[in-house]
Design a protein around this ligand. Structure first.
Ligand SMILES: [Zn+2]
Ligand SMILES: [Zn+2]
Length: 283
């Protein structure tokens, strides 16, 4: 496929299987977890597995493969066990991506828990100063994801993401992943023509559109400003089709990966339905 639409794919059976699944579903890009998403320690990736992954990707015709960090990681956590494990797991993720030839890692900024958001943001900044210094083999980007702001999750305001970039010793290493469900749930109304234009203008002013390096394409089960993160099939939720029509036809985003994270059944058939629907929106 020549476009930059794709989906998150399972690595069951081997990392390279995700690429095969993406090709079979008609994707132009793909997102993966490089490890089991509910365990702190991933199974080490052998040299043979890394080589197979690289070869499968090269031969696939896909434009990009993107990694998503595991949800256990909280780089905004205070000093202690969770923080130690989070930093170690993210360092391992960076090293693994370097070996796999992956140049973008999407991550959730984390939860500030009992402390203030400002304290949480300072911890994220400190974690990345350490990580970029300690893991020089990874030369790619870290994409901070916009979040719904559920609980004490950081990242529901573009300004919070800007604070991380501004505070970092390595500002050029950050991009942003714009999740359509999360931003809407956080209160950014992209569902009308004027709303969409305004949100993108804000994004550009606060973060810079050149940092927008990935979209997560999800409809939202919950409404504008609900701060609840529940993904829905494209066009079947509170967002409807319009935001997707706007993005699919926005010349600024033609080569920005757009990744489905919508609910799957036993196979990838809903991805095919959503991909076909999204492609039908292109005018
Ligand atoms: Zn997402
Ligand atoms: Zn989500």
């Amino acid at each position: 496929m020549s476009d930059y639409l794709g989906a998150h794919m399972s690595i069951a059976g081997g990392l390279h299987k995700a690429i095969e699944r993406a090709v079979a579903a008609g994707c132009g890009v793909v997102q993966v977890f490089t490890r089991s998403s509910n365990q702190w320690k991933g199974k080490p990736v052998s040299d043979a597995d890394a080589a197979l992954f690289r070869r499968t990707f090269t031969e696939s015709g896909l434009h990009e493969v993107i990694s998503h960090d595991i949800y256990l990681i909280n780089l905004a956590a205070p000093t202690g066990d969770t923080r130690e494990k989070s930093v170690a797991a993210f360092a391992d993720e960076m090293a693994t991506c370097a070996r796999l030839g992956i140049n973008k890692i999407v991550m959730h900024p984390g939860s500030h828990l009992a402390d203030s958001p400002e304290t949480g943001l300072e911890r994220v900044i400190a974690a990345f100063d350490h990580l970029f210094e300690q893991t020089p083999e990874y030369q790619g980007l870290v994409l901070l994801e916009t979040t719904a702001g559920q609980g004490s999750n950081l990242g529901r305001h573009f300004e919070e993401l800007r604070t991380i970039i501004d505070g970092s010793k390595f500002p050029q290493r950050f991009g942003i992943c714009f999740d359509t469900c999360h931003t809407f749930a956080a209160g950014y109304n992209t569902a009308t023509v004027e709303g969409y234009a305004g949100v993108m203008e804000q994004f550009d002013r606060i973060l810079g559109l050149e940092r927008l390096q990935c979209f997560h394409f999800n409809d939202s089960k919950k409404g504008l400003g609900s701060r609840v993160d529940r993904h829905e099939q494209i066009g079947q939720g509170a967002l409807g089709l319009e935001p997707f029509r706007f993005i699919m036809n926005d010349p600024r985003f033609v080569t920005v990966p757009k990744i489905l994270e919508t609910p799957k059944g036993d196979d990838d058939s809903m991805d095919r339905v959503n991909l076909a629907l999204l492609r039908s929106l292109v005018q």
